[in-house]
Design a binder for this molecule. Structure first.
Ligand SMILES: CCCCCCCCCC/C=C\C/C=C/C(=O)SCCNC(=O)CCNC(=O)[C@H](O)C(C)(C)COP(=O)(O)OP(=O)(O)OC[C@H]1O[C@@H](n2cnc3c(N)ncnc32)[C@H](O)[C@@H]1OP(=O)(O)O
Ligand SMILES: Cc1cc2nc3c(=O)[nH]c(=O)nc-3n(C[C@H](O)[C@H](O)[C@H](O)COP(=O)(O)OP(=O)(O)OC[C@H]3O[C@@H](n4cnc5c(N)ncnc54)[C@H](O)[C@@H]3O)c2cc1C
Length: 665
């Protein structure tokens, strides 16, 4: 009972309107209403229970996932859910499965790359789930280097077909989610080869893999699961697959032909659009991964914050209660920047969604000018937010001490499910190198008078930013958005310009890129952090209703920025943006901001509006009733089903008897 009181008291200290903050977090009143309704629907349905997940063997686990996915689809149809509601329902069901790839990649790929006719043929089947699709790009030998893929699609003019073939072991498709056991169809990336034996590079094809009658692989197709992955439960609910083609024939019209076509005569026709549009689905998914990062981070932070308010260690005097661990400055210094990052990623995710919608509309009007920026922003922010989120989930586990290591804390499985986000949809370092390439191009165009726009507009003020020195004289001076923004812009500019200067010393730019890759990655990170800081500041310019809500967000924005400044002090001081004295003032200010966050911390994580079902964590329970529930949970473990364990007679008893005999000798 005592723990329940702790959180009630915490909630009573909040200095802002939590209900209004929930709406800010959700993005709008409508989004809040849909999210709230869907999360409760899932939480109240026993089929979506997930407390036994980590104990199930893979086959049972997988079958259970299929059951849940089928049940989710049944509910979506019965309740006539909209696309938005259906996607929220799947989100709160909270179990990676084939439907993510079907809805998240297969359908968007056909929408983005299919001609009107192709869309008319395939989309209705996919929408009704009469076919199930996946995204088969990566191969055993090549993932990052998409141009290096080896699967071939050779046009046969005699039959008007493509022959899909895996010429080497390394060309086996390897990793696609949903491929191993479920998908009937796949979008397959293969090198297009036309009769003249010319290789036209990588293109997307729709290939049927399994019979729609008995689910057996079609002739020429070898398909299966790639095996168990990191952690128990976790991502093992997904059937990541392998796939080989032995001269499999598909009709010509199954090459996705919006961007380029092969005619009946075998002529290659390139529409007047950049060929990179074939990577468009990756841009779309990277953008969704950024939004998803804020959710995963918020989930870990919610658990760690509530538990830190419940947990007490040391500091009792005269038999009084001990100190809540959340009151230790070290705990605050580790936890509150993560809380601030969750909000920061939420807002940059909202902005990125806007950017993606904008570039999509422009592409439809044949305006390709913002495509490089959209690629750089989605790649860079995907990399930054997933790296921070993965590291932060582990930090939250440590913030929960020993109990964080228990499965029922929810953190080990969250970590195991989340960490591949640093690799899929582009390895995070490879993606940062793409950002660096974009930055170097922008800097190299400055002398010709080219005015950078969008997220690189600050580079247009390169001369000022190379010279400026922060004017901060006292700690409170850091509580000024333009002061903060200026130092982040100056640091990003100076790191990019230094890289560009070093690159110019190489005779061949590609050689320079390889040699300076580590510095280039640091410049890219500085640029991406600047985007997050600036979008948080922009968010604060909006009219945000609700008592105290804006003030809380302001505090979190400064926590986010000043903590980054503290962590990357080397960059800021070495590039001369700030002095060591100003850095120390920033740290003083940060400490005082932590004191402002402290009374609001529990209410700030309540604002995520997560159900106990979604959190699946005894440490993060809304009521804070941690110890009785931990005690109860321990007894549910299969090891505790019998008092004396299986194996006692074979292995423990003989051992004990042996020792007894030895002792007597
Ligand atoms: C509805 C609800 C939501 C659902 C959510 C669903 C999501 C569920 C998530 C499920 C979990 C997992 C799924 C995982 C799926 C996958 O992993 S799919 C495979 C992903 N693979 C990759 O990401 C590979 C990474 N590699 C690449 O992207 C590229 O090859 C690379 C960017 C490294 C390109 O390298 P280059 O060597 O430069 O190659 P090239 O192709 O020649 O490019 C030259 C040129 O093009 C520019 N470029 C590159 N990519 C893009 C792009 N995507 N868009 C626009 N422009 C691009 C590049 O910058 C170069 O430009 P330049 O001006 O010539 O320098
Ligand atoms: C859980 C999961 C789900 C996936 N789902 C799918 C899917 O549905 N469909 C699909 O097609 N694929 C999928 N993938 C594959 C995924 O997209 C690739 O694994 C990813 O793009 C990384 O490529 P890679 O494995 O080739 O890594 P590699 O490129 O081999 O990376 C290995 C190391 O080399 C480094 N490296 C590589 N190139 C460079 C470079 N140029 N400069 C510096 N360092 C470099 C990387 O940073 C990394 O440290 C999935 C992967 C996982 C883990």
């Amino acid at each position: 009972m005592e723990d329940v009181d702790h959180l009630a008291h915490e909630r009573s200290k909040a200095q802002f309107d939590v209900e209004e903050m929930k709406i800010v977090w959700a993005g709008s009143r409508h989004a809040f209403e849909v999210t709230d309704r869907m999360s409760r629907l899932v939480a109240s349905d026993p089929i979506f229970r997930k407390d036994n997940r980590t104990l199930l063997p893979r086959k049972e686990l997988f079958k259970n996932t299929l059951r849940k996915a089928a049940h989710a689809w049944k509910r979506i149809i019965e309740l006539r859910l909209t696309e938005e509601e259906a996607s929220k329902l799947r989100f709160f069901a909270d179990e990676p499965n084939f439907t993510e790839l079907h809805w998240g990649m297969f359908v968007p790929f056909i929408k983005g790359q299919g001609t009107d006719e192709q869309q008319k043929k395939w989309l209705p089947l996919a929408y009704k789930m009469q076919i199930i699709g996946c995204y088969a790009q990566t191969e055993l030998g090549h993932g990052s280097n998409v141009q290096g893929l080896e699967t071939t699609a050779t046009f046969d003019p005699l039959t008007d077909e493509f022959v899909i073939h895996s010429p080497t072991l390394a060309s086996s498709k390897w990793w696609p989610g949903g491929l191993g056991k479920v998908s009937t169809h796949a979008v397959v990336f293969a090198r297009l080869i036309i009769t003249d034996d010319r290789d036209y590079g990588v293109h997307g094809f729709i290939v049927q893999l399994r019979s729609l009658d008995d689910h057996l692989p079609l002739p020429g197709i070898t398909v299966g699961d790639i095996g168990n992955k990191f952690g128990s439960g976790a991502y093992n609910t997904m059937d990541n697959g392998l796939l080989r083609f032995d001269n499999v024939r598909i009709p010509r019209d199954q090459m996705l032909m919006r961007i380029s076509q092969v005619t009946r005569e075998g002529k290659y026709v390139q529409s007047n659009v950049p060929r990179q549009l074939v990577y468009g689905t990756m841009v779309y998914v990277r953008q969704t991964i950024v939004a998803d990062a804020s959710c995963a981070l918020a989930r870990a932070v919610c658990i760690a914050t509530r538990y830190s308010a419940v947990r007490r260690q040391f500091g009792s005097q005269n038999g009084g209660v001990e100190t809540q661990v959340i009151d230790y400055k070290t705990q605050q210094n580790r936890l509150f920047p993560l809380l601030a990052s969750a909000y920061a990623f939420r807002f940059v995710g909202e902005w990125l969604k806007w950017l993606y919608t904008d570039v999509t509309q422009r592409l439809q009007a044949k305006d390709f000018s913002t495509l490089p920026e959209a690629h750089a922003c989605t790649a860079g922010l995907k990399s930054l937010t997933t790296t921070v989120t993965a590291d932060s989930i582990e930090e939250c586990r440590k913030l929960c001490g020993g109990h964080g290591y228990l499965s029922c804390s929810g953190l080990p499985e969250l970590f195991a499910v989340y960490i591949p986000a640093c690799t899929y949809e582009g390895d995070n370092v490879v993606l940062l190198l793409q950002v660096a390439r974009f930055l170097m191009k922008t800097v190299s165009q400055l002398p010709s008078g080219m005015k950078p726009v969008g997220t690189t507009a600050y580079l247009g003020r390169v001369e000022d930013l190379m010279q400026c020195h922060s004017t901060v004289k006292k700690a409170e001076d850091w509580l000024n958005p333009s002061v903060v923004l200026e130092v982040f812009e100056a640091r990003a500019t100076r790191l990019s310009v230094a890289c560009a200067q070093n690159l110019s010393k190489f005779a061949k730019q590609e050689e320079g890129f390889l040699e300076l890759a580590a510095d280039l990655v640091e410049a890219a990170v500085a640029h991406c952090q600047l985007i997050v800081v600036s979008k948080f500041i922009e968010k604060l310019q909006e009219d945000i209703p609700g008592k105290g809500v804006k003030e809380q967000l302001q505090t979190l924005c400064y926590v986010y920025a000043l903590n980054l400044l503290h962590k990357h002090l080397g960059d800021f001081v070495a590039t001369g943006c700030i002095t060591p004295k100003q850095a120390s003032l920033a740290n003083d200010q940060l400490r005082s901001l932590y004191s402002q966050v402290r009374p609001n911390a529990v209410a700030l994580v309540d604002s995520f509006n997560y159900t106990d079902h979604y959190l699946s964590s005894i440490l993060g329970r809304y009521d804070g009733n941690v110890y009785p529930k931990l005690y109860e949970e321990a007894w549910k473990d299969p090891l505790n089903e019998s008092v004396v364990p299986d194996g006692y007679h074979e292995y423990i008893r003989p051992l004990l008897k042996q020792q007894l005999r030895n002792a007597r000798l």
